[in-house]
Design a protein around this ligand. Structure first.
Ligand code: HEM
Length: 128
């Protein structure tokens, strides 16, 4: 079974002697990796004991880097403290696109319908 830890337990590992970071609900012991990290030890020390998910993603780590991480994983965050999975970006984009095309359709129909109604009323009253 995977070992579970709380954020408070991760926070205890915030010194050079023992550096843990939290990335996407998984916990990594990067103490032995400090010297080897291509991005330098400073950035890891800065995130020591913290949730480094955003900093990790901002760098745009390669798939090699993501594979490398697995070696340092020591556990996961307890279920009650986990963040819900982020929805996939593509789903959000699609939804936004379909919504905006739907509303642009609506903004089309209303003026056209008003124009038609005006024409009909005009014809009924003034052309008979
Ligand atoms: C176990 C966790 C980590 C592993 C295995 C790892 C691995 C790597 C690797 C292999 C690279 C070289 C570039 C690449 O292949 O993407 C890299 C670069 C870098 N990493 Fe990490 N990294 C980890 C955590 C972090 C964290 C938590 C930060 C937080 C700020 C960070 C910041 C950086 C930076 C700033 C670079 C340099 C990017 C550049 O020079 O363009 N890394 N890391």
């Amino acid at each position: 079974m995977v070992q579970e830890y709380t954020k408070a337990q991760v926070r205890d590992h915030n010194k050079k002697e023992s550096v843990w970071v939290l990335v996407h609900n998984d916990i990594y012991d990067v103490t032995a990796f400090l010297n080897e990290h291509p991005g330098g030890e400073e950035v890891l020390l800065e995130q020591a004991g913290k949730d480094a998910s955003e900093a990790f993603e901002d760098v745009g780590h390669s798939s090699d880097a993501r594979e490398m991480m697995l070696k340092y994983k020591v556990g996961t965050l307890v279920a009650s403290e986990r963040k819900p999975e982020q929805p996939k970006k593509s789903t959000v984009d699609w939804k936004e696109t379909s919504e905006s095309s739907e509303s642009s359709l609506k903004s089309w129909i209303i003026p056209v319908a008003l124009g038609l109604a005006a024409t009909i009323i005009y014809r009924l009253y003034f052309m008979s």
